[in-house]
Design a binder for this molecule. Sequence first.
Ligand SMILES: NCc1[nH]cc(CCC(=O)O)c1CC(=O)O
Length: 304
Amino acid sequence: MKIIVGTRGSNLALTQTKWVVSQLQNNYPNTEFEIKTITTTGDRIQNVSLDKIGEKGVFVKEIEEQLLSGEIDLAVHSMKDMPGELPEGLMFSWVPEREDYRDVIVLKGGYKSLKDLPKGAVIGTGSKRRQFQLSKYREDLKFDSIRGNIETRVRKIEDQNLHGVILAAAGLKRIGLYEKLRNRIEPIEARIILPSPAQGILAIEIREENTQIHKMIESINHSESFLQATAERSFLKGLNGNCHIPMGALCAIKGENIEIEGLLGNEDGSVLIKRKAYGPKEDAEKLGWELAKDILKEMKGYEG
Ligand SMILES: NCc1[nH]cc(CCC(=O)O)c1CC(=O)O
């Protein structure tokens, strides 16, 4: 049997996919795996702002078509980039261990920390979730929207004369840039910037009927990460979230219980609501969903 694994062609996507395949290969030494690179619409139109392209789906559509047609058997994605609903016939399989969930600032050479940046410092990030939360922490900061893969964004510190850029720790760690830039990187704790739902978690997408692959992937499941993915994705689905509304979520496991924190902002960042829910692990899905509904209700109150 040969298993074809689909992925985008970016350094991060390929690195993630190779990591998943090597884990599966360890557990199934007699199975042959092949990695197939797929170019998506999102990859093709690098210079157009994501807001103009529209949905989150532009980085996954072509990959999902090949899953549905049987050209590939599984696909590896960053779960935080995945829309709330998957196409009919597809599902997420089990979840490998989460990487660091935090955002970090990569500082321009010579600067020591976010706290010590000069007044009015310019930070590269197009994410409203990151911008609005950072503005709460430091009102004077200015923002410059940047796009491109991780390597490009880091280069833009010099090219666009920024004081720093905000990126996910997970991506930097996975491609080995975190180590290289260690003395210019400062992690930002979740109490300052709540991460995106499922940040640092990989999604392994398969066809619903493919129980054999699902069983194989169970061998690399990490139960805490699976639980966090369940709760945080459920929060995202409860908000009916797309990438235009600022939102975040983080689930912490406390013995037999979980604590999930969720964040929702309005379009211009004048309202930013952050709330927590606590309850037994078995209720992860319900807790994430109901937290989203509570926050939405509160947001309606502001909108009048
Ligand atoms: N939206 C881009 C993206 N999608 C996944 C990651 C890496 C982190 C992860 O796996 O959650 C990144 C880069 C970033 O946000 O800095």
